[in-house]
Design a protein around this ligand. Structure first.
Ligand code: ZN
Length: 110
């Protein structure tokens, strides 16, 4: 996991914040980054960081049932982002947004 120090800007870190607030904010970032290991891209890799989804092993470390249930939910996120227009004439690209959005949704569901 890599966390660029540029993220430690005003929202996440300011010298005038209490130690508790600083730790909670960086903990929030670390938690978010950890969930990337389980999103639609990260879940394609195993515990040692090597690609486990292959032609011979299309479900990686998922069971077929869990894989299908997971990608059913991923598709809902993709569809949602493909149908919102945050800026006129520029929709989001759900396939690109889905990993980041899924990680943010996990935070909101916990
Ligand atoms: Zn992220």
């Amino acid at each position: 996991m890599i966390i660029c120090d540029g993220i430690l800007s005003d929202e996440i870190y300011r010298p005038d914040m209490s130690e508790e607030v600083k730790l909670s904010k960086i903990g929030f970032v670390i938690g978010h980054e950890i969930t990337h290991g389980f999103d639609n891209l990260g879940s394609m890799y195993g515990k040692d960081g090597s690609l486990v989804v292959t032609e011979d092993n299309p479900y990686g470390w998922f069971t077929e049932t869990d894989h299908n249930a997971f990608y059913e939910k991923v598709q809902k996120v993709v569809d949602y982002f493909n149908n919102i227009w945050p800026v006129p004439q520029n929709s989001c690209i759900g396939e690109i947004e889905s990993g980041e959005a899924a990680d943010d949704l996990v935070k909101r569901n916990t």
